[in-house]
Design a protein around this ligand. Sequence first.
Ligand SMILES: Cc1cc2nc3c(=O)[nH]c(=O)nc-3n(C[C@H](O)[C@H](O)[C@H](O)COP(=O)(O)OP(=O)(O)OC[C@H]3O[C@@H](n4cnc5c(N)ncnc54)[C@H](O)[C@@H]3O)c2cc1C
Ligand code: FES
Length: 259
Amino acid sequence: MNGKILCKILENKVVAHNIHKIKIKNPSRDFKIKAGQFINIKCGEGTFPLLRRPISIGLADDESMTIYVNKIGEGTKLLCNKREGEYLDILGPLGNTFNIDIDEGKVLIVGGGIGVAPLLELTKELSKMKLEIKCILGYKDEPFIVDEFKNYIEDIIVVSEKEGYDYLGYVTEPLKKELEENQYSTVFTCGPEPMLKSVNNICRENNTAIQLLLEERMACGIGACLVCTCKAKKGNDWNYVRTCKEGPVFYGDEVIFDE
Ligand SMILES: Cc1cc2nc3c(=O)[nH]c(=O)nc-3n(C[C@H](O)[C@H](O)[C@H](O)COP(=O)(O)OP(=O)(O)OC[C@H]3O[C@@H](n4cnc5c(N)ncnc54)[C@H](O)[C@@H]3O)c2cc1C
Ligand code: FES
């Protein structure tokens, strides 16, 4: 991990209701960040809010990185109010990455809500490999960044709880159908916790390997405060892991969700 870094905001635009796309300049060409990793951002100017807010990398290249922010509270509101030309104070790259050491076959990407954001960089990275990739992107309402996914793959099912898209309802129904009809080597997922639980259960029932990106509440983001600790299975036993350090990406057979 690098220390605290200042990055210039190149673009800040609304892509859906309360969802902002914020593109920031990379601090240097040595700043390499991969799918699954996140940055911890100081959202305010003074001491409020005290804690940085963790945000996944949506897209990254040598010049810039793009984040997608869901404005849900004070921190994300301040972040979304930042303007082009201002600087963001970030810590990163933080956390582990998705494991994309896959030789061949089919992979399925399942995202829900703002959880689609880290799956975009993942899709980009996977699209450079010899793999068949399909995405199921789920939204409560209006879909966002589907066109960005289309820059890398064609096979996308857009699911919404609102009528007018490929599938009405939740991602779990098309997921079940896909796993019944196809042999996927891995499912990658990120989204709200109830969705992650269901997706994990469905994959495990179908004996399909799965990697989940967990968006636990965090504080330091660097493994020091233990705020993000959760239980993870290890063989027949379990132990505590820090989502910011050992995660945020976990295998489905490791994850223990709260009851
Ligand atoms: C590894 C990781 C990656 C993330 N990536 C993104 C991303 O790409 N884009 C994005 O918009 N958000 C992402 N998040 C979630 C984001 O960090 C929180 O939404 C943010 O910290 C909320 O800050 P706030 O001050 O706006 O809200 P607060 O005022 O702190 O909280 C507002 C409301 O949101 C709830 N809330 C806060 N944090 C979370 C959380 N982590 N999970 C569920 N509910 C929460 C609170 O309980 C409260 O009800 C990520 C979180 C993690 C841990
Ligand atoms: S957020 Fe402090 S240890 Fe993970």
